[in-house]
Design a protein around this ligand. Structure first.
Ligand SMILES: Nc1nc2c(ncn2[C@@H]2O[C@H](COP(=O)(O)OP(=O)(O)OP(=O)(O)O)[C@@H](O)[C@H]2O)c(=O)[nH]1
Ligand SMILES: [Mg+2]
Length: 470
């Protein structure tokens, strides 16, 4: 095995398929005694013609039909046993998968038989963690696995799959290679201290470092923008009663989710639903129309609308384009944040009561758009505007490990900054060996992406997010 990290010593097991009823359920076992454990619970339906295949002809994978038996020898279920020998498996350990009938009770009974036969119940993400420890995937790819699983839109899934297949990851390996070459040039000169590196070469090293830094900054921005596909954004729809907020929500969702009526005050509590807007999971929050509340329930609804506005990443301030703007319309627009609000002038299918110029003075720097939630016109453009605001959103994350993109983008940026320092030092005439310190820092930051130099708690937090059985 190529990995520097030794295999975990115990054997783990878990149900790998989701809970519930389905065609099949898979119980996955991984570790040095996976085959012994499986041997204790599984009896093939038909004995192999030759029990021990001859040396040199040991297939890496093998499937057998048979039965699973518990520790009392009681038949549990029919199953297919798929054996994958190390290192030709997901974890690079011996892995056995038992595919039984897909019911939650039967799957648990098979798992119990496997645990009674000597396996330990796996913790969340432990299989993928072993794949990482055994060098089959790097940390960035482990995060991409997580992103593939939790992708809520196809665009998010595709961006994670690209990382998994190494397309985006290649910038990391190429940059590392280039930085290592620079360090080699410097170190070679240290062996011959009497011939210092000529200043011209120091400057050249600095220029190369700056070029790599530019590439890394570019990659960081790309990854950072991509994280929104996974993380998503929230959009609060606010406005006076009857301007068409609920109909707008339905138009964006393309389904009749919220109740629409010509009775002002229809929506009394917030209604929230996730829409796929240009591949971004967008949580839309329809709110109660804001006005002087006529009863206690409405008062609560209006308070919640204000809360939704404060919490959301983006606001849609809806006004009715067929009526003159009221003081309330103006007041509502005024409480929305200028840099992340779109003023939506709805009911464009009706005669306009004011032109864009009249509105401009109330809108400030907010984006502005005419739509008809009823006829569907302008909705495509509204989606484009929401996408643009979502992509521009700077993240507010509790910790770097929570978001796939944020952690990687942060490592790329730190690496780029260290290379920039090296470039600056070289043009200031700093001796070549001093540059090594910055180059080393750049390498370490890149190593955090793949996991070689990542802190244990960062690694821990990434795998904690996986489900059991993955
Ligand atoms: N002509 C026209 N009517 C619309 C349009 N959008 C909404 N309406 C109508 O306006 C009325 C109010 O729509 P809603 O979506 O319920 O309005 P709301 O802003 O959610 O109102 P509250 O929930 O009371 O705050 C309904 O009769 C809708 O059919 C539009 O684009 N054009
Ligand atoms: Mg409504």
């Amino acid at each position: 095995m190529s990995s520097a990290v030794a295999c975990a010593s115990d054997t783990i097991a878990a149900i790998a398929t989701p809970p519930g009823t389905g065609g099949i359920a898979i119980i996955r076992v991984s570790g040095p005694s996976a085959r012994q454990v499986a041997g204790r619970v599984f009896r093939p339906a038909r004995q192999q013609r030759s029990e021990e295949p001859s040396q040199g002809h040991r297939p890496k994978w093998r499937a057998k039909l048979g039965g699973v038996f518990d520790s009392n020898g009681q038949f549990v279920d029919e199953a297919i046993m798929l054996s994958m020998l190390a290192p030709a498996s997901y974890t690079r350990e011996d892995v056995v998968e038992l595919s039984c009938h897909g019911g939650p009770v039967v799957a648990r009974a098979v798992l119990q038989a496997v645990l009674d036969a000597g396996a330990r119940h796996a913790s969340p993400g432990e299989f993928t963690r072993r794949a990482f420890l055994n060098g089959r995937i790097d940390l960035g790819q482990a995060e991409a696995v997580l992103q593939v699983i939790s992708a809520r839109t196809d665009r998010a899934r595709r961006s994670a799959s690209a990382f998994l297949s190494g397309q985006s990851g290649s910038i990391v390996s190429e940059s590392r290679e280039a930085v290592v070459q620079l360090m080699t040039r410097i170190e070679a000169s240290l062996d011959f201290p009497e011939d210092d590196i000529p200043q011209i070469e120091v400057i050249e090293i600095g220029e190369t470092a700056r070029r790599i830094a530019m590439d890394l900054y570019g990659a960081a921005s790309e990854v950072y923008r991509g994280r929104i596909l996974w993380e998503g954004a929230s959009v609060a729809i606010v406005g006076r009663p009857n301007v068409g907020k609920s109909r707008l929500l339905n138009a964006l969702l393309r389904e009749e989710r919220a109740i629409v009526s010509d009775w002002p005050g229809t929506t009394r509590d917030t209604v929230s639903e996730v829409a796929n807007i240009r591949g971004i999971p967008i949580q839309l929050i329809d709110t109660a129309g804001m006005r002087e509340p006529t009863d206690a329930v409405e008062r609560i609804g209006v308070e919640r609308a204000k809360g939704a506005l404060a919490d959301a990443n983006i606001a849609l301030a809806v006004v009715d384009g067929s009526m003159l703007l009221s003081e309330y319309d103006q007041a509502i627009v005024a409480i929305t944040p200028e840099d992340r609000t779109i003023v939506v002038v709805n009911k464009s299918d009706l005669a306009a009561a004011f032109d864009d110029g009249d509105l401009r003075c109330h809108v400030g720097n907010r984006r502005m758009l005419r739509v008809s939630a009823l006829a569907g016109s302008g909705i495509d453009q509204l989606e484009a505007e929401i996408e643009a605001l979502a992509m521009a959103r700077e993240g507010h994350f509790d910790d770097g490990a929570r978001s796939f993109g944020t952690r990687i983008a942060d490592c790329l940026r730190r690496s780029a900054a260290a290379l920039d320092d090296a470039a600056r030092a070289s043009s200031d005439g700093v001796p070549a060996d001093m540059l090594s310190i910055d180059l080393r820092a750049a390498l370490d930051a890149l190593g955090e992406i793949t996991g070689e130099t990542a802190r244990e708690d960062v690694v821990e937090r990434i795998f904690e997010q996986f489900c059991i059985g993955k």
